[in-house]
Design a protein around this ligand. Structure first.
Ligand SMILES: *[C@@H]1O[C@H](CO)[C@@H](O)[C@H](O)[C@H]1NC(C)=O
Ligand SMILES: *[C@@H]1O[C@H](CO)[C@@H](O)[C@H](O)[C@H]1NC(C)=O
Ligand SMILES: *[C@@H]1O[C@H](CO)[C@@H](O)[C@H](O)[C@H]1NC(C)=O
Ligand SMILES: [Zn+2]
Ligand SMILES: [Zn+2]
Length: 305
């Protein structure tokens, strides 16, 4: 009798296994950046499905700006402007600026990342004070670091005691990790952060949102962009509700505290950094936890000196 039970439950499991496995695979393939894998090896002159989507990706993260008189804004041709955009991207990520979608470039581009653009309003790199010089010879050898938003928005000196609140319905598990991330920034700066119950009146407002949620920066489902935040003094920090998050570092899930540490950097006025170990580096890998890096501390000190 027991043996029959065992056999029937085993065969049930065997039936289920391929289903579980294929749904896990489907999850992975659902990353909105997955299409870039199909463009490996592409360069100027190529015309293939996926190039238009890549143009949208490059526009979204600040590398490309077409206007109504641009010839190839809405087609699948890898044009001059896209080549320039890919070169700038490669320089920002310390790769050889070939303009070709080599495997290193594709691998970086498909990583999950913060939704905040690397380049905002034509600042030509993630480094501060470098405008329009992405052709400068030797720029590959310079040491990249932190950046700011255009015009260096920051909190005024009468707003160094900031309050934060969570939109009602925020998962309880997120509250401790976010508080720890604020504590880390508080110990490295002159800011203090206090949680308040009234979300509407808080200086910093934290929420889990999905897809288009009314702030002009829609999320994109599982994978792709996983969180974003706004420059001072807007105060909005959103996690993408469609991602898997975890309290401790867990394979396949994004570490809540690490993501918060990055997004709080934006709330305080930091842009993205070229330093891969910095919390302000744009990509955020699942299962990984990071702390504040010297580069982040130098950046915030330079902004508020
Ligand atoms: C890109 O163009 C080259 C020729 O310059 C060609 O050999 C290659 O197959 C093209 N790749 C794609 C994906 O169209
Ligand atoms: C549109 O883009 C082209 C480059 O493709 C540039 O030369 C031109 O100045 C731009 N026009 C406007 C109105 O921004
Ligand atoms: C970028 O420029 C536009 C138009 O000039 C402006 O409305 C927007 O606030 C700027 N964004 C930032 C982050 O400075
Ligand atoms: Zn970011
Ligand atoms: Zn948002």
């Amino acid at each position: 009798m027991e043996a029959v039970k065992l056999i029937s439950s085993l065969s049930f499991l065997l039936l289920l296994l391929p289903l579980l496995f294929s749904s896990a695979l489907a999850d992975q393939n659902r990353s909105p950046f997955e299409f870039i894998n199909g463009l490996k090896g592409c360069h100027k002159g190529n015309k293939t499905k996926g190039i238009l989507e890549l143009k949208h990706y490059m526009e979204k993260f600040g590398y490309l700006h077409y206007n109504h008189s641009s010839l190839h804004a809405n087609d699948e041709e890898f044009d001059n402007l896209l080549e320039e955009a890919v070169k700038t991207y490669q320089q920002n990520y310390h790769m050889k600026a070939t303009g070709t979608l080599d495997s290193e470039t594709v691998s970086q581009m498909t990583k999950p990342r913060c939704g905040v653009p690397d380049i905002i309003n034509g600042t030509n790199s993630m480094r501060p004070g470098r405008k329009g010089n992405h052709h400068r010879p030797g720029s590959l050898h310079t040491v990249g670091h932190y950046s700011f938003f255009p015009n260096r928005p920051r909190w005024p000196s009468n707003k160094y005691r900031l309050t934060y609140g969570f939109l009602s319905g925020t998962p309880n598990e997120a509250i401790g990790p976010v508080a720890r991330a604020f504590q880390k920034w508080a110990s490295a700066t002159h800011f203090t952060f206090t949680q308040v119950q009234d979300y509407q009146s808080a200086d910093l407002q934290i929420a889990f949102e999905r897809r288009d949620h009314g702030d002009g920066a829609p999320f994109d489902g599982p994978g792709g962009t996983i969180a974003h935040a706004f420059a001072p003094t807007r105060g909005w920090f959103h996690y993408d509700k469609d991602e898997r998050f975890s309290v401790g570092p867990t394979p396949g899930a994004f570490h809540l505290e690490t993501v918060a540490l990055h997004e709080i950097g934006h709330l305080l006025g930091l842009g993205h950094s070229q330093v891969p170990g910095a919390i302000m580096f744009p990509s955020i890998s699942p299962g990984v936890s990071k702390g504040l890096h010297d580069d982040d501390i130098q950046g915030i000190n330079a902004l508020y000196q």
